[in-house]
Design a protein around this ligand. Structure first.
Ligand code: SF4
Length: 486
């Protein structure tokens, strides 16, 4: 068992334990962070909605008969989200499933079940089951010997709750308590991919930037960060100052398959340290020659629900070339959203897409990243047709021509660096997915408007980057900000 805590300390909970298992700093911030620094996170809202939908599918009883301690004592086949207490520990097992073993309750007992969000169970999931079994012990007379992990497809994995697991759980609880007593938060997690799902992200991003963390360098994930730290390179400044030949040699010794990557990482760190973009080609060539003679350009962006593999919106902003030779201003151009409604079928969507593209013959289609081209290719294949021509992946062109002072080459980071602002606060794809799922459930028009606004902004952001890219060639390889208008 975790060591006794002074009675003045607030209780520990399963939620806190799970936060801490994901990232020690997150556990600390959940307890001590300033509420104003905590941002609403759409990923959490999506997870809760998903959990509720899965619970409804799994629980056979009406809600009131599967909830509360009375349901447990009456031997209900499933009990959902029951609050359990044991001393200073709290927890709410997602689901308790009745078993035929005897317990203090009578001729039946319960085992905890966790609805894992992904396909595979993790250490966090197993320790959480173990924590729930600890909370159940006073009610049942002993800890359940098994728990269940249920994946999104409904497949069940039995987890033995004996062996080393209780010891690992108790060690985790002791270390969690120690961390919570610290005056300062633990360091940022090495694996910054986890931060995308975290409500403390913006504060941690600022800390990472201020400290010049290696994780802020585009191209450096948890493994590379660890490798560089083992070589004595503690931060971005140290990486920028590293000797290229030495680092190539060191990466080779460490078994890195592409040791020449060292040159790219050093160059990227230097650009980020200086804050100045760097042209990759000595001879400035136009990165977007297709736009020179075009009568117009189509800005294109897809919104997808990745879990459902559903590309639910194809959004376009057509920009006509005016008589003065410039493209019309994107801010006042029409926005053309094509919703991919399952009821209408894919054939109809494909015909609408083809009609829209045919109405703008020869116009380049600008998009950012691979999503759009892959989605159109697959759609065309399923319809036994040819994929459309003229698509230009702006992300690729940026990477071919420039090294930028950004920690990511995604649209949000690059367009924000160019000074573009999304009109919705904290705009991100997960929020759009949430709106989409809510709209499908409730059919409220304002949710659709939010989705369109977000998608249109992505199109305009793409254009902001495209304009900069075109202007950068026209103004040579200098990196100061050119005018945003075309
Ligand atoms: S943003 Fe990242 S480093 Fe910060 S608390 Fe969350 S997971 Fe940890």
């Amino acid at each position: 068992m975790a060591q006794q805590r002074p009675s003045s300390e607030p209780p520990l909970s399963d939620r806190l334990l799970r936060s801490w298992l994901r990232c020690r700093r997150k556990g600390w911030l959940d307890r001590h962070g300033h509420p104003a620094d905590r941002q609403w996170n759409p990923h959490r809202a999506l997870q809760l909605a998903d959990r509720e939908a899965r619970l409804q599918a799994l629980v056979s009883l009406p809600l009131d008969q599967a909830t509360g301690i009375a349901a447990l004592q009456a031997g209900a086949p499933e009990v959902r989200l029951l609050l359990l207490r044991r001393g200073s520990l709290r927890g709410r097992p997602t689901l308790l499933l009745r078993t035929n073993e005897s317990s203090l309750l009578g001729g039946f007992s319960y085992q905890p079940a966790l609805l894992q969000p992904g396909r595979h169970g993790t250490r966090e999931h197993r320790l959480t089951l173990s924590y729930w079994s600890l909370l159940l012990e006073p009610l049942l007379g002993e800890c359940p010997s098994q728990g269940l992990l249920i994946n999104p497809r409904g497949q069940r994995e039995r987890v033995r709750l004996g062996g080393n697991l209780p010891r690992q759980r108790d060690q985790a609880l002791t270390r969690l308590q120690q961390d919570l007593r610290r005056q300062e938060p633990p360091p940022l997690t090495q694996d910054r991919r986890k931060c995308a799902l975290c409500s403390w992200r913006s504060g941690c991003d600022a800390v990472a930037e201020e400290q010049g963390e290696l994780s802020q360098v585009s191209g450096i994930g948890a493994k590379r960060q660890e490798m560089l730290q083992e070589l004595g390179i503690a931060n971005r400044a140290a990486l920028a100052a590293s000797a290229p030949a030495w680092l190539v040699q060191q990466l080779e010794k460490q078994g890195e398959q592409r040791p020449e990557l060292a040159l790219e990482l050093i160059a990227q760190a230097r650009v980020q340290e200086s804050g100045r973009a760097e042209a990759l080609n000595d001879e400035p060539a136009d990165p977007l020659p297709e736009l020179q003679q075009a009568q117009g350009v189509l800005l294109y962006d897809i919104e997808s629900d990745p879990d459902a593999r559903d590309d639910f919106l194809h959004g376009f902003v057509p920009l006509r070339r005016c008589s003065n030779g410039r493209f019309e201003p994107a801010e006042t151009a029409r926005y053309l959203p094509l919703l991919a409604l399952k009821d209408h079928g894919e054939a109809r969507l494909w015909q609408r897409l083809k009609r829209l593209l045919a109405a703008h013959p020869g116009w380049p289609v600008l998009h950012y990243g691979e999503t759009e081209v892959i989605a159109l290719r697959r759609l065309a294949e399923r319809q036994g047709d040819q994929p459309p021509q003229g698509l230009i992946d702006l992300h690729r062109r940026v990477r071919q021509h420039w090294r930028l002072p950004v920690s990511s080459y995604g649209l949000k980071a690059v367009a924000s660096w160019r000074g573009f602002h999304w009109s919705q606060p904290a705009a991100e794809g997960a929020r759009c997915v949430l709106w989409w799922r809510q709209w499908r459930a409730q059919q409220q028009r304002h949710l659709l408007q939010e989705i369109f606004r977000y998608n249109r902004d992505d199109c305009l952001a793409t254009w902001a980057v495209a304009q900069w890219l075109s202007n950068s060639a026209a103004s040579g390889s200098e990196s100061s900000r050119p005018a945003m208008d075309a």
